[in-house]
Design a protein around this ligand. Structure first.
Ligand SMILES: CC(C)(COP(=O)(O)OP(=O)(O)OC[C@H]1O[C@@H](n2cnc3c(N)ncnc32)[C@H](O)[C@@H]1OP(=O)(O)O)[C@@H](O)C(=O)NCCC(=O)NCCS
Length: 251
């Protein structure tokens, strides 16, 4: 049976939490509150490598500074959380205008200095490899993606127990509704090309791949092979689709 679309029961401005569909009776989507900060940072770390903790970066505070800090501290109004039985189990961190976001490379440099990452056993190897890759891989994903057609961006992560319950769709629909209200023409995201499940989810949500995957400095799969970043985009100017058809397929 087809799942009821999240937009039936939730809008971005809604004050009360709302259940995320019949497959997720206990899962609720709501706007971020300051008291969620620790949970969001924890989930950012726990899911940081294709849904698992990042083995190459075993230091939660610095990882969360780099990948969650901008969203919790500078654009919290673009953050939505998923709650399961009263506990925050997932989030969507958004940015309406990506020109305002801190580029990852700059955030990494700050975190490296602040937390002494080059001197920590767990992170030193990754940083050295990232620097070497950065210098010798000309087609590496060096600069953040910037294109006025898709100025907004997002990250989305759910803990394992909250996946497959409709929460990803509900978070995404809350975010896309907010972007439409604000008049954003489009949204992009970057994910690992090797994260096939996530790419399948994003394509189901109406995103399409843009450009070739580019190697990510420093990142390696368990077998030693390189990881790549894939950019996906979603146009928001097209007429809204009929209920139940969200994400059916952009051109
Ligand atoms: C990726 C993620 C956010 C998806 O959220 P989710 O709650 O598991 O997904 P949902 O249950 O809401 O699924 C939404 C829709 O996508 C579809 N879908 C999910 N994964 C899919 C896949 N791999 N291929 C095709 N469709 C997929 C579902 O069937 C569902 O379709 P429907 O609503 O039309 O019936 C979540 O699984 C997650 O956090 N994974 C680990 C972290 C991660 O990889 N994050 C992305 C990194 S950028």
């Amino acid at each position: 049976m087809r799942r009821r679309p999240a937009t039936d029961f939730h809008t971005a401005g809604q004050a009360d939490p709302a259940p995320a569909g019949p497959h997720a009776t206990a899962l609720r989507i709501r706007p971020y509150r300051p008291g969620d900060r620790a949970a969001v940072r924890r989930i950012c770390f726990e899911t940081g490598y294709m849904g698992s903790p990042p083995p190459y970066w075993p230091h939660e505070a610095s990882f969360a500074d780099v990948f969650a800090g901008y969203y919790t501290d500078r654009e919290p109004e673009s953050l939505f959380v998923a709650e399961l039985r009263g506990r925050v189990v997932g989030y969507l961190t958004g940015c309406v205008d990506s020109r305002h976001a801190t580029p990852v490379a700059r955030a990494m440099l700050r975190a490296a200095l602040r937390h002494g990452l080059p001197l920590r056993r767990g992170t030193a190897g990754f940083l050295a490899r990232a620097l070497a890759d950065f210098l010798r891989t000309p087609d590496a994903a060096r600069d953040p993606f910037r294109n006025p057609r898709w100025p907004s961006h997002l990250h989305i992560n759910l803990l394992p127990e909250a996946r497959g319950l409709g929460g990803g769709r509900a978070l995404m629909e809350a975010w896309l509704a907010r972007l439409r209200e604000l008049g954003s023409p489009g949204c992009h995201l970057g994910t690992l090309f090797e994260n096939h499940r996530a790419i399948g989810f994003f394509e189901r949500m109406g995103f399409r791949r843009l450009g070739p995957p580019r190697p990510v400095p420093g990142l390696r799969a368990p077998d030693g092979s390189r990881h790549h970043e894939q950019i996906l985009v979603r146009d928001l100017r097209e007429a809204p689709q009929a209920p139940g058809e969200e994400g059916g397929g952009d051109p």
